[in-house]
Design a protein around this ligand. Structure first.
Ligand code: F0G
Length: 461
C-alpha cells in the first residue's frame, strides 16, 4: 500500500496569543502613503495590514522562548544567560570566540573597522546593504562576485547564491594582498534569498587557502540555506540539518550574524571567529560601543531567547514548513503569470518589477511603483530591492541596478495560510492594474542608504 502524503503542509504550531490587525480601506492607505512621501519605511506600522517589509526581528517567539526570557539574568559580567547563549552558538558554529552584538550590522561595523580601510577590497557573493555600507564606511571597496545565474530571474539553477569561482580566483590572483577577508552570504538575501551549495563553499575555501585569505560567513539565514542543501545537493538528503550547519561553519574562519533572522530573535547578533588576535581587536571595539563581552549589546533575557531560538530553527518539521510556505506564495504567483525570481528563495518571494512594469524605465523606479501599489491596493508592505536601494554608484552617479525587485519577506511563524492567500489575491489585482502604474522620481534623499529615508513623487503621464 502506498503511503499517504498530505498535500497541505500545516504550520507545525498553534496560536498561543494573538495581535489584532487593523483593517483599512484603499482610500485611507492612499492618504497614508502620500503623507509618507511614498516611502514604505515612513509608514506607521498600524496602517499596514500584512507586513512583509522584512523577516528581520519580526517573527513570533515560541512559548519556550518567552519562558527563557523569564530566566534571563541581568548580571553585568559573567551572567549564566551568557554561557547558555555562547554554548548554543558554539553547538552549531564551533568557533573559539563568540562576541555578542545588538544586531548584525554592529558585528559588521566592528569586523570591517578592524579588517577594512582604504585600498582594501572585500568580495562577497552579494553584499547586503548594511554590509556594503560598513565596508565602504571603512574606506574599503565591496565587490559582488555572484554566479551569472544569480542575476537572471528566469534561471532555475538550484544554488543561485553561489560565488563565481573564476572571478574570485582572478581577483585574488591580482590583489590578494589587498583582500582582508572573503565573505559568503547564506542565503543570498539581496539576490533573491537564494542558497549557496556546500560544494561552492568548499571550492571558495580552497581558493582562499591558496591565497591565504580568511573566509567569513554572513550567516543570517544559515538554517534555511542548510535545508536547501539537504533538499537539493547530491548525497545530502539523509543528513541532519545540525550536521550540515556544523560542516558549513567548519568551512569558514568566522562569521557575522544577525540573530533577528534564523535565530528567531526580535533583536541580537554576534561575531565569531577562531583567530585570537582578531578577536581581541574586535572585543576592544565592542566595549567602546556595544558593551561588556559577556552581553554585547543585549540584555540577558535576549541572550536566553536566542539560545532557545537556535534550538528551534534547526528542527526539520519547522524548516520543511518554512521553506514550503514561502514556495506556496511564490509558486501561486508564478502560476498566475506574475514574474517572480525562480526558484523561490527561503525567506522571501521577489517580484520582478522590471518585467511586470515594462512601461516604467528603471530610472523611474519600477520596484518603488510596484511596492507602493501593493500597499495602496491591499495594505501589503514589501520592500524595493532595486535601483532605489542600489542605483547610486561610489562616484555619486546613478545607474539602474542589476534587477528591479520587490521583496515580500515572510516573518517567521507569524502569518497563516489565509493571510498568504490574501497576499496572492492582492498581487493578482496589482498585476491587472500594472499597465496604469506610474513611475516615480526622488524629491529628497540622504547621501547613504537612501532607500530608508528618501521621499518620492509619482510621475504623471
Ligand atoms: N546581512 C544580511 C544578509 C542581512 O539580510 C541583514 C539584515 C544584515 C546582514 C544586517 O543585520 O539588520 O541585524 O543589522 N537584513 C534585514 C532585511 C534588515 O530586511 O533583510 P541587522
Amino acid at each position: 500500500m502506498s503511503r499517504w502524503e498530505p498535500r497541505t503542509i500545516i504550520e507545525p504550531f498553534r496560536i498561543h496569543s494573538v495581535e489584532p490587525l487593523r483593517i483599512t480601506t484603499e482610500q485611507q492607505r492612499a492618504a497614508a502613503i502620500r503623507a509618507a512621501g511614498y516611502n514604505l519605511f515612513n509608514l506607521r506600522a498600524e496602517d499596514v495590514l500584512i507586513d512583509l517589509l522584512t523577516d528581520s526581528g519580526t517573527g513570533a517567539m515560541s512559548r519556550d522562548q518567552w519562558a527563557a526570557i523569564q530566566r534571563g539574568d541581568e548580571s553585568y559580567a559573567g551572567s549564566p544567560s551568557w554561557f547558555i547563549f555562547r554554548d548554543a552558538v558554539q553547538e552549531l558554529f564551533p568557533y573559539k570566540h563568540v562576541i555578542p552584538t545588538h544586531q548584525g550590522r554592529a558585528a559588521e561595523r566592528i569586523l570591517f573597522e578592524v579588517l577594512g580601510g582604504p585600498g582594501k577590497v572585500v568580495p562577497n557573493n552579494t553584499h547586503f546593504d548594511t554590509t556594503r555600507a560598513n565596508v565602504e564606511a571603512s574606506g574599503a571597496t565591496p565587490v559582488d562576485l555572484l554566479v551569472a545565474e544569480g542575476t537572471d530571474p528566469g534561471s532555475r539553477h538550484p544554488f543561485k547564491g553561489n560565488m563565481d569561482l573564476v572571478a574570485l580566483e582572478a581577483l585574488l590572483a591580482e590583489r590578494a594582498a589587498d583582500v582582508p577577508v572573503v565573505m559568503m552570504t547564506i542565503t543570498n538575501n539581496s539576490g533573491g534569498g537564494q542558497p549557496v551549495s556546500l560544494a561552492n563553499l568548499l571550492a571558495v575555501r580552497e581558493i582562499c587557502d591558496r591565497y591565504e585569505v580568511p573566509l567569513f560567513l554572513d550567516a543570517c539565514r544559515f538554517a534555511e540555506n542548510a535545508w536547501f542543501i539537504r533538499e537539493r545537493e547530491a548525497g545530502m538528503g539523509d543528513r541532519d540539518v545540525r550536521d550540515i550547519v556544523r560542516e558549513i561553519a567548519g568551512v569558514a574562519d568566522g562569521m557575522t550574524m544577525s540573530a533577528k533572522k534564523d535565530p528567531m530573535g526580535n533583536i541580537g547578533g554576534w561575531l565569531a571567529m577562531d583567530d585570537d588576535e582578531l578577536a581581541e581587536k574586535c572585543r576592544n571595539l565592542l566595549i567602546l560601543t556595544e558593551g561588556f563581552p559577556t552581553y554585547g549589546g543585549l540584555a540577558g533575557r535576549d541572550l536566553e531567547a536566542l539560545a532557545q531560538g537556535l534550538a528551534e530553527v534547526i528542527d526539520h518539521d519547522y524548516l520543511r514548513y518554512r521553506i514550503s510556505s514561502t514556495a506556496y506564495l511564490g509558486e501561486a504567483l508564478d502560476r498566475a503569470g506574475i514574474p517572480v525570481v525562480m526558484p523561490i528563495g527561503g525567506h522571501a518571494v521577489y517580484l520582478d518589477a522590471r518585467a511586470l512594469l515594462r512601461h516604467v524605465d528603471p530610472m523611474s523606479y519600477p520596484g518603488q511603483s510596484l511596492a507602493v501599489a501593493l500597499y495602496e491596493i491591499g495594505g501589503v508592505r514589501g520592500c524595493e530591492i532595486g535601483t532605489v536601494m542600489f542605483g547610486v554608484q561610489p562616484d555619486g552617479s546613478e545607474q539602474p541596478a542589476a534587477m528591479d525587485l520587490v521583496r515580500l519577506a515572510i516573518p517567521r511563524r507569524t502569518y497563516t495560510q489565509s493571510h498568504i492567500d490574501y497576499v496572492i489575491e492582492v498581487c493578482e489585482e496589482v498585476a491587472r492594474r500594472a499597465p496604469d502604474l506610474p513611475g516615480y522620481r526622488i524629491v529628497e534623499q540622504p547621501r547613504m542608504l537612501r532607500h530608508f529615508t528618501a521621499s518620492f513623487e509619482p510621475l504623471v503621464a
